[in-house]
Design a protein around this ligand. Structure first.
Ligand code: SAM
Length: 364
């Protein structure tokens, strides 16, 4: 019989071969929703400066090599737009997802910017070399051994490599997991039967309310990805802290809305000053304030440098000017990249920097 981890991997592969995620239609590439607000948080320099306090150190790459692990059908399109000049490799177990991605890239003229490779990123051949920036969104928690998977990604980066990771929060999704467990007990395996189960619950039932608030549940692919996944291992704040430490990583910036940032715990209770970020996030879990996912930048343990910031530059992921909703600021912000950052007041500067629209460039 096949070992359990290979069995799980082939179940995960079958799910995404049957239902490439996110769902993108061949005939509707122009209608695909691009989350523009995510662009500044998918930029290499933003991740780099969150770790090293500057975009310019001798170890910052001017032509970064980016790995998008478990890329699905669309994310590398946004990564390419967020990182002009970067070399991007998109990897996924599901060939069908990659074919869809290639179409999405081609229709936007981005095919030359992104290479694809079909397979398990833990088995990525050495000839692909080392990366400056690794993005793994919604995939670490679908591995049979998340610690091994994350270590393998760390081993593929250069020493000053940086990461942008998104993993499921157990407490942020606890109602989803309860509903999923109920479906498991009832032997439910397909989206139509799952929808019938939800319909049969009384109005106002917490699972029902959660289900209708869960954006992805509007389509069968998103429903199967969330509620019927064969391998789903969410993290508590402390579980995530331990995972990162076992892989030799540290979180450098949480990309959550203000209410989900560690400091938000201070508004909810009087806390001892020596509590760290993980204790604070754990308290937010108890207050029910955490979002569905933990999303954050990270770098290797012991590599974090915090020079005094003296200058700023605009995040390259931004278009020339406009308004962009910033998850980090919790609101829409106006920006104009033709304006010299030095002309902003300290308050405006802080706000634009906190939202990652401006990046520290003058760390000496
Ligand atoms: C939930 S989807 C996320 C897709 C994309 N990152 C996004 O956020 O839109 C997870 C993806 O990871 C892929 N995946 C899961 N395990 C993998 C592995 N070991 N190696 C490569 N890809 C994997 C799946 O095939 C699937 O396309």
């Amino acid at each position: 019989m096949e070992p359990l981890h290979l069995q799980l991997r082939s179940e995960v592969e079958s799910l995404y071969e049957a239902r490439p995620y996110p769902p993108v239609g061949y005939l509707s590439p122009f209608f695909q929703r691009i989350r523009w607000e995510e662009r500044p948080t998918l930029n290499y320099r933003a991740a780099y400066s969150a770790a090293y306090g500057s975009t310019t150190g001798i170890i910052a790459s001017s032509k970064p090599r980016i790995l998008v692990a478990g890329c699905g059908t669309f994310e590398p399109v946004v990564v390419a737009l967020a990182n002009p000049g970067a070399e991007i490799l998109a990897v996924d177990l599901s060939e069908r997802s990659l074919r869809r991605l290639e179409w999405q890239l081609r229709i936007r003229g981005l095919q030359g910017r992104v290479k694809t490779w079909a397979g398990d990123f833990e088995e990525l051949p050495d000839y692909f070399g080392a990366f400056d920036f690794v993005i793994a969104t919604g995939v670490i928690h679908h591995l049979s051994d998340p610690e091994r998977g994350l270590r393998s990604l760390v081993s593929r980066t250069k020493e000053a490599g940086v990461f942008r990771l998104m993993v499921y929060s157990y407490w942020g999704r606890s109602l989803l997991y309860s509903a999923k467990e109920l479906a498991g007990k009832l032997g439910i395996k397909d989206p139509a039967a799952f929808r019938r189960m939800i319909e049969s619950l009384p109005a106002g039932h917490p699972y029902k309310i959660y289900f209708y608030l869960y954006d992805d549940a509007r389509n069968d692919t998103g429903l199967a990805d969330g509620f019927l996944h064969p391998c789903d291992r969410p993290f508590t704040a402390y579980g995530l802290r331990d995972l990162l430490s076992a892989a030799g990583l540290q979180a450098t910036k949480f990309l959550h809305a203000p209410a989900g940032q560690p400091e938000a715990a201070d508004r909810l209770a009087r806390l001892p000053v020596d509590l760290g970020s993980w204790d604070r996030l754990s308290l937010l879990e108890w207050f029910g304030e955490l979002e569905k996912n933990f999303t954050f930048f990270a770098c290797r343990d012991g590599w974090r440098i915090r020079p005094k910031v003296t200058e700023y530059e605009w995040n390259q992921a931004l278009p020339r000017s406009g308004n962009l909703r910033s998850e980090l600021a919790g609101r829409e912000l106006r920006f104009d990249t033709r304006r010299d950052p030095a002309t902003y007041s300290p308050g405006e500067l802080r706000e634009l920097a906190d939202a990652l629209f401006l990046l520290p460039s003058g760390g000496k």
